[in-house]
Design a protein around this ligand. Structure first.
Ligand SMILES: [Zn+2]
Length: 368
């Protein structure tokens, strides 16, 4: 992208941010799902900085051991150390290791960017956890019960220990409380679960705020779906709601645009218009006081169906918005972000839709 690269440099002129690098990523045959997520993560500055710090401390001792963590760190380091400000990098080692680690990503089929992000973050956490207890790798202690999103329950061999909080958790992990009230005895059972991203059901002509409200709204468990109440010792009707107990530093929201349709016996893409604001305030659904966020990346799905199409990403870096499409990087207007909200009509020629949103908490220094 020599020409495109110099175009980008020209467009930014002396506003090109000091020390920043804008590199496209080569596509190895349908690896746009991977490229779009990698760009969003690269421009997640606290994550990038911690990954580079990890890399600088671990560069030498484990040359032989290749995993996604070391490959990602190597790739980010390679980008950040480029002499040129723009260009193209081939994330070859990373993609090869990904294909080795997970057969899902081995073929040349269109893959789901959210599945990839989820797999990657959990894999990074697993590697960091293994590295922090090298001595405890015997079979009895190395397989804690897994909960959602790769968190362990802090219990192995009946000995309670605090779950390890890695820098990946410090960036992305939040806590949900699942509250269930038995309608017979009124007992409220609250269970906390951690998350690294939130998957939201979407509706036509809605917003992230309304999707989040639906996510945490009261739901009645009845008929086939009753709740086992420990106090009543039986299945009972109950009311259930999810609350965000602790918001993460980086809030990743996955819009469930690919829905399984019973009538069609396949997944369908929902092109609904879902407004995602540049600044997001979470009110009424979280227990944390400070919950103002700023959008800094969007992974966009391009195309009308779930099993084909393309992914690109929009990234905010130093107050500029950039459009990353594999090898190509362009500067775009902030106002262009709204063209990725979705379509208000069922059939529309615009098939570029926001799919994964990355928000960073505005109130800094609250890193826990
Ligand atoms: Zn009960």
């Amino acid at each position: 992208m020599g020409a495109a690269g110099s175009r980008l440099e020209k467009a930014l002129g002396d506003q090109f941010p000091e020390g920043e690098r804008y590199f496209g990523l080569e596509n190895f045959g349908n690896t746009c799902y991977c490229n779009s997520v990698l760009q969003a993560l690269y421009f997640c500055v606290p994550f990038r900085e911690q990954l580079l710090e990890y890399y600088s401390m671990n560069k030498y001792p484990r040359e032989a051991e290749e995993n996604l963590l070391t490959c990602l760190a190597e790739l980010f380091s390679q980008i950040s150390l480029q002499k040129k400000k723009t260009g193209v990098i081939a994330p070859k080692r990373f993609v090869q290791t990904l294909k080795k680690r997970n057969e899902l990503f081995r073929g040349y089929m269109h893959q789901d960017a959210h599945e990839f992000l989820n797999f990657l973050l959990n894999d990074l956490v697993d590697t960091l956890e293994k590295e922090s207890h090298p001595a405890k790798s015997s079979p009895e202690t190395s397989s804690p019960v897994r909960l959602a999103n790769g968190q362990n329950n802090g219990q192995a061999n009946g000995v309670k220990h605090e779950p390890l909080v890695t820098w990946v958790h410090k960036n992305f992990q939040g806590i949900l409380t699942n509250e269930t009230r038995c309608l017979r005895c009124e007992t409220v059972t609250a269970r906390d679960e951690t998350f690294l991203d939130l998957s939201l059901d979407i509706e036509q002509n809605s917003s992230i705020t309304s999707c989040l409200k639906n996510f945490s709204s009261m739901e009645t468990l009845n008929a086939e779906d009753k709740f086992f109440c420990d106090k009543c010792c039986s299945l009972q009707e109950a009311q259930k709601r999810m609350k965000i107990k602790k918001t993460p530093h980086i809030l990743v929201i996955h819009l469930k645009r690919f829905k399984y349709m019973d009538q069609l016996k396949r997944h369908k893409k929902l092109c609904y218009r879902v407004v995602f604001p540049l600044e997001l305030k979470l009110c009424g659904i979280v227990e944390d006081a400070d919950s103002e966020y700023s959008l800094f990346a969007v992974v966009v799905h391009v195309g009308s169906g779930p099993s084909h199409g393309h992914y690109v990403s929009l990234v905010k870096s130093h107050n500029h918005w950039l459009y990353f499409d594999d090898e190509n990087v362009e500067i775009i207007d902030e106002s262009a972000v709204q063209s990725f909200f979705g379509s208000a009509q069922e059939y529309s020629s615009n098939t570029d839709h926001g799919y994964i949103l990355f928000y960073e908490r505005l109130s800094a220094n609250t890193y826990i």
